[in-house]
Write a protein that binds this ligand. Structure first.
Ligand code: SF4
Length: 318
C-alpha cells in the first residue's frame, strides 16, 4: 500500500482544473452516517473524495475514514478474486491461491448442497455491513437455516431503535436529536462514531449555545472527551443502569402508559419456566407461533382487573 501511495499521490488539488475531470456527488458509506461526498474523477479514475458542501447532513465535512473511501477502489490489498487455502496448508497460515469463480461455485454447490440435504441449520451465514441484509437473510431463509445475522445489530441498530421510539426516524440521514432546542443531552449505549460528522457538528453548536452534555461510556474517547460530565460505567453494566432508571421511572409514575402499550413490547408476558422458551415472550400455542403469519396478535399480557391472561394487543392495534 505504501508503495502505491508513494508512486501515485491520491489527493491532487489540481485535478479539478483539468478538462477531463468530473465530479460525482453521492453518499459515503465508510460508516453509517451517509455524509454527502464529492468524488473527483479524472479520465474515469477516482482521484480524491471530499465532503459535499451542499449536503444537508454534513455540510461539506468529511472525516479521515470518509476520504480514505478511495481505498475501496484503489487498495492493492483488496480481494479481487476468490482465494482457496493451499492444499496441505494449515488453517491460519495465510497461504492461499487464486481460483476461478467457476471452481468457487463448484465447491460451494457441493458443500452447501450436502448441508442442505442433511441439516440446513448447520449452515450459519454472517454478513458484514453491505446493505444486502434483506437479500442475504432471504437466501438463508430459503436455504432453511435460522442462523443468519449481520453486524448491524451490534453497533447501530440499538441506536436506530431508540431513535424510532423517540423521534420517529431510524437513521441519521432522516433526523437526529433535536439539539437546537435541547438543554441537556445524555449519550449512552451507542457506538458513537455511528453518528459521526452530523453529531460532531450538532454537538459543537449545542455546547457553544450553552447545552450540557453527559456521556455514559466506559471510555473517555470520542464524544466523551468533550462531555461536561463523564460517567465511566463499568463495561457490561448498561443493562443494570437502565433497569435502575426504569425502576425509578415506574416508581415515580414518570412513564407514558398508553405509549408503552401501543408502541412497545412492555406489556408482553415473558416465559419464566425453565426450558427452551425461558426468557422469550409468551404466546398461545393454539393460535400459532408468533411470526408464522397465522396470528400476528398472538402476544400475551396479564389483565390485572380481570386477573387473567389476555391478548396483549387487541386486533386493530398492531
Ligand atoms: S462520518 Fe466519515 S466515514 Fe462516516 S459517512 Fe461521514 S465521511 Fe463517511
Amino acid at each position: 500500500m505504501f508503495e502505491f501511495l508513494s508512486r501515485k499521490p491520491i489527493h491532487d488539488a489540481t485535478a479539478s482544473l483539468t478538462a477531463s475531470t468530473e465530479v460525482k456527488t453521492t453518499t459515503c458509506y465508510m460508516c453509517a452516517c451517509r455524509c454527502g461526498i464529492r468524488v473527483h474523477m479524472r479520465e474515469g479514475e477516482i482521484r480524491y473524495i471530499d465532503g459535499n458542501p451542499d449536503h444537508p447532513i454534513n455540510k461539506g465535512v468529511i472525516c479521515a475514514k470518509g476520504s480514505a473511501g478511495i481505498m475501496k477502489q484503489k487498495s492493492p490489498a483488496r480481494l479481487t478474486q476468490p482465494l482457496l487455502r493451499k492444499p496441505g496448508s494449515e488453517r491460519g497460515a495465510g497461504e492461499f491461491e487464486p481460483i476461478s469463480w467457476e471452481r468457487t461455485f463448484e465447491i460451494l454447490t457441493e458443500r452447501l448442497g450436502r448441508i442442505r440435504a442433511t441439516d440446513p441449520k448447520k449452515f450459519a451465514l454472517f454478513t458484514g455491513r453491505d446493505q444486502m441484509q434483506a437479500l442475504t437473510g432471504l437466501f438463508a431463509r430459503q436455504f432453511g437455516t435460522p442462523n443468519y445475522a449481520a453486524h448491524g445489530g451490534f453497533c447501530s441498530v440499538n441506536m436506530a431503535a431508540g431513535m424510532i421510539y423517540t423521534i420517529g426516524g431510524s437513521f441519521w440521514e432522516f433526523g437526529g436529536p433535536d439539539l437546537d432546542r435541547a438543554k441537556l443531552f445524555v449519550m449512552i449505549g451507542t457506538a458513537e462514531d455511528h453518528h459521526s460528522n452530523p453529531m460532531k457538528i450538532a454537538l459543537g453548536k449545542f455546547k457553544r449555545d450553552g447545552g450540557r452534555f453527559i456521556s455514559i461510556n466506559p471510555i473517555r474517547t470520542g464524544y466523551s472527551a468533550i462531555a461536561d460530565e463523564w460517567i465511566p460505567i463499568r463495561p457490561g453494566t448498561d443493562g443494570a443502569l437502565f433497569m435502575a432508571l426504569l425502576h425509578e421511572l415506574i416508581g415515580t409514575g414518570m412513564i407514558d402508559r398508553p405509549f408503552l402499550q401501543r408502541f412497545t413490547n412492555a406489556p408482553q408476558l415473558v416465559v419464566l419456566d425453565e426450558g427452551e422458551r425461558e426468557g422469550l415472550f409468551a404466546f398461545d400455542p393454539a393460535a400459532g407461533r408468533p411470526g408464522d403469519g397465522r396470528n400476528p396478535h398472538n402476544k400475551l399480557a396479564w389483565d390485572m382487573a380481570g386477573n387473567c391472561v389476555v391478548t396483549a394487543y387487541p386486533e386493530g392495534i398492531v
